[in-house]
Design a protein around this ligand. Structure first.
Ligand code: G3I
Length: 433
């Protein structure tokens, strides 16, 4: 956090001389120092110079949106039960090269999934018309695939920071309560069909542990992770894999909507996952809105991030699933941080400002006229009329917020003694009682 508050600058707002720390950060990756702040690239966006420039400014983790999935990397021709051939397509190569060249960490996504996996992979003679194979055959194919894909990536990009990989994706039923239903139809799982239990998950992590390069953390990743039955499925699985030292973290996809879930339900899942002692990564966050109220959307992003910051010692990445709204898989709900023209939305500003307000700044300012403590009261004044102000606890929890009725009015809050962060009009201030 030390570089965040490099200078003290005298600022004049509404006629008062204020002492405010100036934030010299460039992007989201710079204001969130406790974990990586990421996004996705795909075969189109990786060739767009505006997107690449934006990624370089804002993000230090990239997940290929589709380019490392089984249907993009498995090669039918020449494959055998013992040797599943693999490839990196042009999009994957461009993304991995960009990350290696620019020292951007890469999240691999994903190895074992019911979706976007070729039908022939599960069938006799590796043909789409063959019968479904038995679990012993599937084990050999799965081990070979995992071994070969790690080998191809690490040999082709020896300096790539492959720091995390989704080993198993979405193995549980939509709303939890057990494994995804067995079958080959849409939404069903050939993995459940072949194994009948969670052995394929344990085996996938066993092989991944065997072949993943040093430093590559192994994740179980799923959506609807905040629905309690699913939270429990994921928790129980994680504890079982942890006991065998096979897993490093839990991926919360976090495909949210303004209507559901609320931040408190989400926070309960974060707390439960943190209690495993494993890493948590927010792997695919987006928040759809049906009303286009982007101010409210920004507040929801902030409330979700606040839940994450409460467990920031457990969290190792926060990844948004899409750079601009029009590039999102849920573009109808305009769910991400930049609009279709590349402009920052309120969601971006909320996250940036929250990130700027948390952590431990090098400079402590206790005598600002804008916010000061008397006894157990926090007093605020000098915020321009109509402008919002925020007070956060030292752990980033929002304590209070409001809108200044007039620049001269003093707002007084009752608070316990402690360390607080005050934010208004792009100024952040640490207040120590
Ligand atoms: O590549 C073909 C192209 O050749 C064809 O012309 C075009 C016509 O539809 O389709 C293209 O494939 C699409 C692919 O994205 C690449 O753009 C697929 O139809 C489309 O279904 C696929 O969607 C992806 C989706 O996963 C599939 O499950 C989304 O981009 C991707 O964002 C989404 O990501 C998943 C995560 O992996 C796991 N969690 C959920 C998340 C959202 O579904």
């Amino acid at each position: 956090m030390k570089s965040k508050y490099k200078f003290i600058m005298a600022a004049t707002i509404t006629g008062l001389n204020l002492v405010c720390p100036q934030v010299d950060a460039q992007g989201l990756k710079d204001v969130y120092k406790d974990f990586k702040f990421g996004n996705i690239l795909n075969s189109t966006t990786v060739n767009n110079s505006n997107m690449k420039a934006l990624v370089l400014t804002e993000f230090n983790s990239i997940t290929p949106e589709n380019e490392l999935k089984p249907d993009a990397t498995m090669v039918q021709s020449g494959s055998t039960n013992e040797n599943i051939k693999v490839q990196l397509n042009a999009g994957a190569k461009a993304i991995l090269q960009f990350c290696q060249d620019n020292n951007i960490a890469l999240r691999g996504h994903c190895l074992v999934w019911h979706s976007q996996t070729p039908s022939w992979f599960f069938r006799e003679n590796l043909t789409t018309t063959g019968a479904i194979v038995d679990s012993a055959t599937m084990n050999r194919r799965m081990e070979s695939y995992i071994k070969n894909i790690f080998s191809l990536i690490t040999s082709s990009y020896p300096n790539l920071n492959l720091y995390a990989y989704d080993v198993v994706n979405e193995a549980f039923a939509n709303d939890g309560g057990g494994l995804r239903p067995a079958g080959t139809a849409s939404g069903q799982s050939p993995w459940t069909l072949i194994y009948g239990n969670d052995d394929f998950i344990v085996n996938a992590f066993t092989y991944a542990r065997r072949y993943a390069p040093l430093g590559c953390k192994l994740f179980y990743n799923d959506y609807n992770e905040y629905i309690s039955a699913k939270t429990n499925d994921m928790y129980n699985l994680a504890m079982k894999l942890k006991a065998a030292n096979l897993i490093d973290g839990i991926g919360m996809q976090s495909h949210l909507d303004m209507g559901y879930p609320d931040a408190n339900l989400y926070g309960q899942a974060v707390a439960k996952f943190a209690s495993t002692g494993l890493e948590i990564q927010v792997t695919e966050i987006d928040i759809t809105t049906s009303t286009g109220d982007f101010v409210a959307q920004g507040l929801k992003y902030r409330d979700i991030m606040t839940k994450i910051l409460a467990y920031k010692n457990n969290v190792s990445a926060f990844v948004v699933w899409g750079i601009q709204d029009n590039q999102s898989w849920r573009s109808y709900g305009k769910p991400v941080l930049f609009d279709s023209n590349g402009n920052k939305k309120p969601a971006y500003n909320e996250l940036y400002n929250l990130g700027s307000s948390t952590g431990t700044p090098e400079i402590q300012s206790t005598n600002s006229p804008r916010a000061w403590i008397t006894g157990n009261q926090l007093n605020i004044t000098g915020v321009s009329q109509g402008k919002p102000w925020f007070v956060y606890s030292a752990t980033g929890i929002l304590v209070s917020r409001g809108i200044a009725e007039s620049a001269k009015s003093t707002i007084t809050l009752n608070i316990p003694s402690g360390i607080y962060f005050f934010r208004a009009e792009n100024h952040s201030l640490k207040i120590v009682n």
